[in-house]
Write a protein that binds this ligand. Structure first.
Ligand SMILES: Cc1cc2nc3c(=O)[nH]c(=O)nc-3n(C[C@H](O)[C@H](O)[C@H](O)COP(=O)(O)OP(=O)(O)OC[C@H]3O[C@@H](n4cnc5c(N)ncnc54)[C@H](O)[C@@H]3O)c2cc1C
Length: 308
């Protein structure tokens, strides 16, 4: 019985960002933020994590829940839920890979309460958003009582469940470029059952030139390493090329030498490698279709897949 309850902690509630930063600074090293609770609460209940002395609940800080287009940027607040991202038309239009990821993340209960800020700060390398943000070259905004800074997503995720956040810092939001004409993005995920974490995920961004060759390509993979893995050789092979199926297929083979995936209860290392090749190819092709204004619905969820 005792085992299904977390150990003791003091619960503090912040109603504004300033209040949250003040509490975090006052109790730095002894406090943790509580956002949607979808990762933190199970860890505490299962006693996989010792409770901090203080939990600072920020879930009611209204200023951190927003999605807005500011010029060429899409700004998203840390407390924006997965459900907000899945259902907001501007996400579908301006950042389709983020929309794909929100759609395949967990189940409706998790999506209703879980937040993008919590998912990024938690940094499960099998999580869906980190690879998407890295492939898009997103910026992460961080605040504390002593400073305010922005970090590129590629530098934010350091290791399994470890980010660039200091103990008195809070993630306040992210910004991504709102996709324009001739740009497209896609995220594909392979999972054992709906609601599970990824066996492998692949995020792609492409910008096409006037002659339809790839002017810019961004790719990042989930669940194949300790952080989102960028297959540089595949990207290099595709840049400047027309993204025909045979070209992308050949380039995706590079992924095989660029990753050393872990083996765990979900899949062997070899299987992950095979599936990373397949998903990286399909994600690039879907991103290119979207860049060409072709409709690509969510094709992002696979429960079984063969290396073909
Ligand atoms: C059944 C289940 C299935 C799931 N499936 C998936 C999945 O398929 N893909 C996926 O990506 N995720 C999945 N998740 C995790 C889900 O995305 C969580 O919502 C997310 O990881 C945590 O968000 P949260 O708002 O609930 O954060 P919380 O659980 O409240 O916090 C998580 C961690 O982040 C810290 N934190 C939270 N917000 C901030 C902030 N603004 N600044 C600094 N630190 C902060 C907390 O201190 C804590 O350490 C699943 C979770 C469950 C329970």
């Amino acid at each position: 019985m005792e085992k299904s309850r977390p150990g003791r902690f003091e619960y503090l509630k912040a109603s504004t960002l300033d209040e949250a930063l003040e509490l975090l600074s006052k109790h730095s090293g002894n406090a943790k933020i509580l956002a949607g609770g979808q990762s933190l609460v199970p860890l505490l209940k299962l006693r996989l994590l010792d409770p901090p002395k203080y939990l600072i609940d920020i879930s009611k800080v209204k200023d951190l829940r927003y999605i807005r287009k500011e010029g060429s940027l899409l700004e998203i607040g840390a407390l924006t839920t997965h459900h907000d991202l899945e259902t907001k038309e501007s996400i579908r239009e301006y950042s389709p890979s983020l929309w794909d990821a929100a759609y395949v993340l967990g189940d409706p209960l998790v999506r209703n309460r879980g937040t993008i800020g919590g998912a990024l700060a938690h940094h499960d390398p099998a999580g869906d958003y980190p690879a998407v943000l890295v492939s898009l070259g997103a910026t992460i905004s961080i605040r504390s009582n002593r400073n305010k800074r922005n970090v590129r997503a590629g530098e934010f995720f350091l290791d399994y469940f470890t980010t660039d956040l200091a103990s008195d810092e809070m993630l306040t939001g992210i910004s991504v470029h709102a996709l324009e004409k001739k740009q497209g993005s896609a995220y594909l995920k392979m999972e054992r059952v709906v609601g599970d974490f990824a066996i492998v995920g692949a995020a792609a961004f492409v910008e096409l030139d006037h002659d339809d060759s790839a002017a810019r390509v961004g790719i990042a993979l989930s669940a194949v390493g300790n952080r989102p893995i960028v297959p540089e050789k595949m990207i290099k092979k595709l840049t400047g090329m027309k993204l025909e199926e045979s070209v992308v297929r050949e380039a995706a083979e590079e992924v095989r030498d660029e990753i050393t995936p872990p083996a765990d209860i979900r899949a062997s290392s070899e299987y992950r490698k095979d599936m990373a090749v397949v998903l990286a190819r399909r994600a690039v092709l879907d991103a290119a279709r979207r860049a060409n204004q072709q409709q690509v619905e969510h094709v992002a969820q696979y429960q079984t897949l063969r290396a073909a």
